[in-house]
Design a protein around this ligand. Structure first.
Ligand code: PMT
Length: 398
């Protein structure tokens, strides 16, 4: 296999899953990459440096001091050589050190010093993974643009069952390859993305809403930001943290979303409306909580404005991407929306299937444009985001 010319620095920390990193290193070498392994002292208790040296055919680094007197140069040389650095498995302890910027061994020093994209695949006990401290460390790293390959659910080495098992080698590899392949094709572009569902109040504590989690819109926004765009993300209520590199406006209702979108639409080179905007709202939202004894027999609804259709009518040169959430005749309904809403592209999904669409991590979509229809197959929402942004980029440069 011809070399890719890319150097992947693989960081290994002290967890039982370190044995799986041998497979990762093998796969990376097989993929034509030069692989340099850096281990913590604790990792060497699980797998010998000799194993990684044999698999990578490169020296393995453990100590900051082994190579003195050139150590002053050496302590950042791996960081400089890296085209991407991946830490797998990453223990709760090393994650915490990275989150607060500590550099007290070769692995954390390399991670702090490198300008290359960083991929972290955590693996730990389920309770450690769920603790607030760990959640905050994960969000902090994500907020700095680090790609986190979430651990899987299953039986853990300690006997517990839950999330915490190192993601599959295929998943980690896909994330590394995606970082290596990432193009900066959207530098200088402004992209407006909507996400999540809107909440339409009935009274101060109740609302009409839908099951959108925001995952799709957040993934699109982050992908566009990573490719260099200035991204404005207007989102309905969601528990998701702000995605990397985006300017985020959080709204509640469709009317608020409309105002936030229209205020930014004229400056946008492309707009992606992935939000599940409520088509109707209660005509009157009670100002006090409605008592159980005073439950209304009916709630009168009135239509919300169709933001996408409005954008389609007034837009200038911006590329306009709409979504279609359908439960039948997906392609035909999406094609009707393409024209009715004046879009360049409709991303259509079948929301009658509970395993894809609302709230899930995966989806299967149709890309419906005037050129034809393409299918994504069932893939992660991050992958779908990549496919959408590829198409946006094509429209903008075409
Ligand atoms: O957030 P997730 O959990 O990841 O779920 C993703 C998703 C299922 C929400 C997403 O894939 C999706 O289908 N989004 C569109 C949902 C929707 O409102 O579809 P629709 O067919 O009702 O609307 C068509 C288009 O018009 C959409 O682009 C919508 O943003 C827009 N619209 C709809 C109503 C309205 N009043 N104003 C609008 O702009």
């Amino acid at each position: 296999m011809a070399g890719s010319g890319k150097t992947v620095v693989v960081g290994v920390t002290g967890g039982i899953a370190a044995y799986k990193t041998c497979e990762l290193v093998r796969a990376l070498v097989k993929g034509g990459h030069r692989v340099k392994v850096v281990m913590t002292e604790a990792a060497t208790r699980f797998v010998s440096p000799l194993t990684f040296r044999t698999l990578s055919a490169e020296p393995v680094t453990v100590s900051m001091w082994a190579d003195a007197p050139e150590a002053t140069v050496h302590h950042v040389s791996l960081a400089e050589e890296a085209d991407v650095m991946v830490i797998a498995p990453c223990t709760a302890n090393v994650l915490a050190k990275l989150a607060c910027g500590r550099a007290d061994d070769m692995l954390t020093t390399t991670a702090l010093a490198t300008e290359a994209p960083l991929v972290i695949a955590p693996a730990m006990n389920v309770h450690m993974w769920r603790k607030d401290a760990t959640r905050r460390n994960v969000s902090a790293m994500r907020g700095r643009g680090v790609a986190i390959v979430e651990p899987e659910r299953g039986e853990l080495a300690c006997g517990d069952v839950g999330e915490g098992r190192l993601a599959s080698v295929e998943c980690i590899l896909a994330s590394v390859e995606s970082e290596l392949a990432r193009v900066r094709d959207l530098v200088g572009r402004r992209i407006l993305v909507t996400a999540g569902g809107t909440h339409e109040p009935i009274d101060p504590v109740r609302y009409i809403g839908n099951r959108s989690s925001g995952k799709t819109g957040f993934a699109i926004a982050e992908e566009a930001a990573r490719r260099g765009a200035r991204v404005f993300l207007v989102t309905g209520p969601t528990h998701l943290p702000d995605p990397f590199g985006c300017e985020v406006v959080r709204v509640t209702t469709a009317l608020q979303m409309r105002a936030a979108v229209l205020a930014r639409a004229d400056a946008a080179d492309a707009i992606v409306m992935s939000a599940a905007v409520a088509d109707f709202r209660p005509a009157i939202a009670a100002s006090d909580k409605i008592k159980k004894s005073q439950a209304p027999e009916n709630i009168r609804l009135e239509p919300n404005p169709d933001i996408l259709a409005e954008l389609g009518q007034r837009r200038g040169t911006a590329v306009l991407v709409g979504f279609a959430a359908e439960t039948s005749s997906v392609e035909a309904n999406a094609r009707a929306k393409l024209d009715a809403k004046g879009c360049d592209l409709i991303v259509a999904n079948d929301v009658s299937d509970p395993s894809i669409g609302f709230g899930t991590d995966e989806n299967s979509v149709l890309f419906v444009s005037r050129e034809g229809t393409e299918r994504s197959g069932v893939v992660s929402k991050r992958h779908i985001a990549r496919l959408i942004v590829d198409r946006l980029s094509g429209f903008m440069s075409g």
